[in-house]
Write a protein that binds this ligand. Structure first.
Ligand SMILES: [Zn+2]
Length: 362
């Protein structure tokens, strides 16, 4: 058997993803439209059972599949971030759009105002679930030459305590690929401390075996890099005439950009427990900064959303020890809307080519 050529065609605005908010609203007028779009993204080549990976042997009524392998009933939102949501998918889609088009992110309060959601709790849960999607996507380890450093984030500014060992702040490790004179993909991770053991875990999680890591002369790096199986180059920042942002320009640019976004969008009010989620959101955007349009980011977010796993609210509400469990009244029928059985609306994403041809990009 010969090698099957894979056509890698980029998604097209106006066909595969909407180009504007009016277009989004015109495309997704009902939950049925949203269900169909998610179905198209999740199973471009037809249904695959998320429980038993059975393919092809199923029956479907109104977008509920029944797997003949394990007999389970599976909807397109089963085992995704939209699992058993009481919020209409049209609202989810608008939230995803707003999150992706807002340059620096979207706070729960802004989402509540813009989408007219009755409950702040609902808006908060949605923004955090979308952020969870972002942190689960793109977990391929970094390759090539990678700049790595650590920085402190948050806490009250304490002059003189800005280096390693600053109190009341959260330590974050950063990594960014060098690509010629520019930057490739990045990672930001909260770490316990700057010890060899902590940095080794960071390297194992985010750097490909055999890659080359470039750091300053911090004493933990030789042991950490050796243990993680990566090559190590040292830029001796303190001994050099060049300041840190010249010796390790990529990772310092990453730090300053991410801090600017945290301060700009959330006025520095990010709880340390949630810092990782906000960093993940920043990295999601950073790693897709060359996506040609914001609409493509929306597509990538939904693509990751149907590939991920549900995040129960109880997992997210770590700061509210006893969350006020005010029942959110359903704003739309729980069951799939009746319109599913009606004539399909014009759905540009259902044109000839399957989503599969460009999902391989992701
Ligand atoms: Zn099954």
């Amino acid at each position: 058997m010969g090698i099957v050529p894979i056509m890698l065609e980029a998604p097209v605005e106006g066909r595969d993803f909407p180009g504007s908010l009016p277009e989004l609203r015109a495309w997704f007028r009902s939950d049925a439209d949203c269900v169909d779009y998610l179905d198209w993204l999740r199973w471009p080549d037809g249904f695959v059972c998320p429980w038993c990976a059975d393919v092809g042997d199923w029956s479907a009524t109104a977008s509920i599949y029944r797997c003949n392998g394990c007999r389970r009933r599976v909807s397109v939102t089963s085992q995704t971030v939209f699992h058993r949501t009481r919020t209409p998918l049209t609202v989810w889609f608008e939230a995803a759009w707003l999150k992706m088009v807002s340059k620096q992110g979207l706070s729960a309060l802004n989402l509540q105002r813009v989408t007219d959601l009755g409950s702040y709790q609902t808006a908060w849960t949605m923004t955090h679930k979308l952020r969870t999607v972002m942190s689960q996507s793109g977990r391929k380890r970094l390759t090539g030459q990678i700049e790595i450093d650590e920085t402190y984030v948050g806490g009250a500014g304490k002059p003189g305590l800005t280096g390693r060992g600053a109190a009341g702040k959260t330590l974050v490790a950063g990594a960014v690929e060098r690509r010629g004179r520019g930057m490739g993909r990045a990672r930001l991770q909260v770490i316990a401390d700057a010890s060899s053991a902590s940095l080794e875990i960071f390297l194992r999680d985010h750097v490909t075996l055999g890659a080359t890591v470039i750091t300053d002369a911090w004493r933990s790096y030789p042991a950490a890099t050796a243990a993680a199986g990566v090559a190590h180059e040292v830029r001796n920042v303190s001994a050099s005439v060049q300041p840190a942002h010249v010796s390790l320009p990529g990772v310092h640019r990453l730090f300053s950009l991410s801090k600017r976004v945290l301060e700009g969008t959330y006025q520095g009010s990010v709880q340390p427990e949630h810092l990782q989620a906000y960093l993940d959101e920043f990295v999601f955007r950073f790693n897709r900064r060359n996506s040609h349009t914001r609409g493509m980011l929306f597509l990538r977010l939904l693509e990751s959303a149907v590939a991920g796993h549900p995040a129960p609210y109880t997992d997210l509400a770590v700061i509210h020890r006893k969350p006020r469990l005010v029942p959110v009244p359903p704003q739309a029928p729980h069951a799939l809307p009746r319109t599913l059985t009606g004539p399909p609306l014009k759905r540009p994403w259902r044109s000839a080519r399957a989503a599969q041809s460009w999902q391989l990009h992701g």
